[in-house]
Design a protein around this ligand. Sequence first.
Ligand SMILES: Cc1cc2nc3c(=O)[nH]c(=O)nc-3n(C[C@H](O)[C@H](O)[C@H](O)COP(=O)(O)OP(=O)(O)OC[C@H]3O[C@@H](n4cnc5c(N)ncnc54)[C@H](O)[C@@H]3O)c2cc1C
Length: 402
Amino acid sequence: MSLHYDHADVIIVGGGMVGLALACALKDSGLHIVILERGEPPVRKSLGRDCRVSAIVMGNVKILQGLGVWKYLEADAGPMRSMRIWDNQEQGGIRFDASEIKQEALGYLIENSATQLAMHKTLLESDTVEFCSPAEISTVNWLEDKVEVKLADGRQLSTPLIVGADGGRSWIREQAGIGVWQRDYKQKGIVATVRPEHPHRGIAYQRFLPTGPLAMLPMSDNLCSIVWSAENSEAERLMAMDDERFLAALNATFGPVLGRITEAGERAAFPLIGRLTKHFVRERVVLIGDAAHCIHPLAGLGVNLGLRDAMVLAQEIVDARRFDEDWGELPVLNRYMKQRLPDVLSIMASMESFHQIFTSTIPGMKEVRGLGMRVMGNSGGIKQLLMRNSTGISLPVPKQIS
Ligand SMILES: Cc1cc2nc3c(=O)[nH]c(=O)nc-3n(C[C@H](O)[C@H](O)[C@H](O)COP(=O)(O)OP(=O)(O)OC[C@H]3O[C@@H](n4cnc5c(N)ncnc54)[C@H](O)[C@@H]3O)c2cc1C
């Protein structure tokens, strides 16, 4: 797609869910936004579905509703009304029901491609957002009052602010000389869409194995999305199996809760690496979504954090413009960083503890874990607090960007 101007008020590098959410949040601001996306637009595949699926928690469904994206997604979204967690030692389990926090669902399961396509549709309502793909950036030059971007095909653009929304291995982060703290879990997350024999009734199942969790998440049309985290060598073995052997392994591991799993679509495996950027912002550059933080998918919160980044950043940019501030400068960008850091750090820390507790082989840990689950299951207060936090409903719904 061509670029109409050689200047943008904001350049977003990366048209994944988080970069697109930022563009949606800014689409009525009057600012000229350019999204540069390296890849082609997404397509749906596995069992007629995209095998990459995300649980969007209730607090963030409200964000998508506010952005005008939800109306294009509703028909494809499978409600997750309850969640059951248990471990391989059968030491106890825990159950979370949306009704306990007076919500219709804990969240919704949506294919990533469906979310992206819905965001593209929303952006068509605006004539100030340009989506440029495939676009390969060759150089980024940081000057005092602007950033100059050169594309591989020779086109050039300048902007007061470049946003790195280009995923976990962010090229923009690297160009800005920003390092990361990184933890390689030495695991891969295998994802696939599968068909169970019995109705899932909107229940998400998470089974903790010593090697990592196996999640069976309810989608629309009684399909389920699995995220099977396994150590690298085991993940490679599972990926190399034909469909019949894979289904047998899945049935043996997951058990008969939903009857037999009868069909599995295309599989994909993602290396599980936790990352946290050492700086969310630098003069004229800001990182959002996985470019700023990658967390273990066991809680299904990665894109949920990213959506909140996008909303907070959009609000800060719009406020800066209203008060005639340069939104590429550090005082504005630091306001974004200060609001987002506590949320990101607390989610990352709790996911790390969860992972440790459920994979630890320390003697006695399985009994402690069982006791912990029973205590939490019987304590309405603790459970409700955990549910309110993880579904994002205790957080303020971001203001409508205006
Ligand atoms: C197995 C698994 C299951 C998960 N399940 C969940 C879940 O249930 N719920 C949840 O909230 N999260 C989940 N996550 C995490 C979630 O997928 C990510 O947090 C989310 O996709 C991040 O979105 P993003 O837009 O920041 O980055 P990405 O989705 O990585 O998008 C980055 C975009 O930038 C583009 N790009 C990259 N480099 C460049 C460049 N140099 N120039 C231009 N464009 C570029 C890429 O093509 C891509 O389109 C899961 C992750 C995994 C691995």
